[in-house]
Design a protein around this ligand. Sequence first.
Ligand SMILES: [Mg+2]
Length: 474
Amino acid sequence: MSDVVPENTPVIEKTKVEIRPETPKPPLIPKPEDDNAVSKLAENLGAQEKADEVREALEEEKEPYKDSTVLEKLRRRKEQDLPLKIAFLDIDSTLSGNPKEAVKIRELLDEKGYVVFFVSSRTEEMTMSKAEYKKSVELGLERPAPKLAVGEDGKKIEAFPDEVEDFAGLYDADGVAAATGSRIFLRQQSGGYEEDKGFTQKMKQDSTEFRQRTMDILNRIDPKHSLFVLSPVDNSQNFEQNITDVESPDFRVQLNFQPSTAEQVVETTGATDAKVSATEGQKQTELQKKQETERRIRALLEDPGIDAETKNYVRNLKITDDSNPDKGKYSLYLTPLHGSKERAVDSTLEQLSQRLNADFRDFELFMAGDSWPDVAMGLYAGRSAKVDFFVALNSRLTTPLTETEIRSFAGQKLPLLSRFFPREEGVIDFKRPSPLDSGGQRINRERTVYIGDKLFPQASTAPQSVRQFIETKL
Ligand SMILES: [Mg+2]
């Protein structure tokens, strides 16, 4: 009697309803990497809360500092009442370009008891040997292998720094603050690098979201990209097509403000007076474009037509200048607010001092760099530690740091000149007011800045000046 099911019965309706989740899906934002073990446990337990607990426990186990070479080396020094020495080193134009010197620098720092951190615009995988990279992948690193070699056709070929002569001395440090300080990795005693995920969380978003939203902002302030050119590394296709050596950084977008082709010829052919004056005009144009880009990004905050969420995003955006005004090359890095060399160094120091139960004053930090992103690190990072900041030979910072009438760099203002106290040729004390900390002790805000061009004018390359500094001053 009820065999015949009439059309449009509730059963069919129900089926329709079940099929229906064709409602528009929210945009797909990949979750931060899921730990397989955690997902499996979640399935078995069938309870999200339980899985979260397990995740926390596992994260704790994977605590990146616990078995790091940094902590192990510093712990041994602490047991012997020796100062806790860390070198925070920029790579490009500080250590690069002279592999023999770079190797020597690493040996010297090791002899003198320093653990070594690279604090670089390079991405993390660029600073790992093949063996360390492979182990890091096993530990969860998700970056594709770098292509550091170049074939006869000019295309990039997969190769690691230990396979390319120019990279000698520039890999396998104890730690890396990569991509302009937007990610931190600690080398493990058992091999491989573990990410400091607590630091990555301070970026407040995942990489996909960061890159997408940054591109949205850029399209909004300059739809035709008439002011800037995206760095080639920021286009993933370039990596796939073997044009760039690494995949786009997770938390950094680079904008270039480039002179015309004609001007690039001038750059490489050396300058006569006439050419220089032509170049100066072009330089001015590029500088203005850079400044206009910065202005437009900031202006979004005042724009009543911009929604609150976008404004929040802009507030969490850090703009770092990496220009080389002498060459008329201007560039900006966009990172999350917390992604900077200065913050990366301070975060590392905090983590280490907690785990060593050491005061910041127990640390002796040696920092070296050559460009604007290194200034904030060299002048402000380091808490109350003793800090020596070496500005490498041929640095674009030399003039603004030593010639008092030049108060700015690529349109960026240097810190108050009144805080610089020249001690002797090439040695400057940098002093800021020293407030009291919560324990009533004065926070040391002084450090010494050393200028490579003044101290080692006979050196032939930046790394040679760094080596001479380590030999004679550390
Ligand atoms: Mg550099």
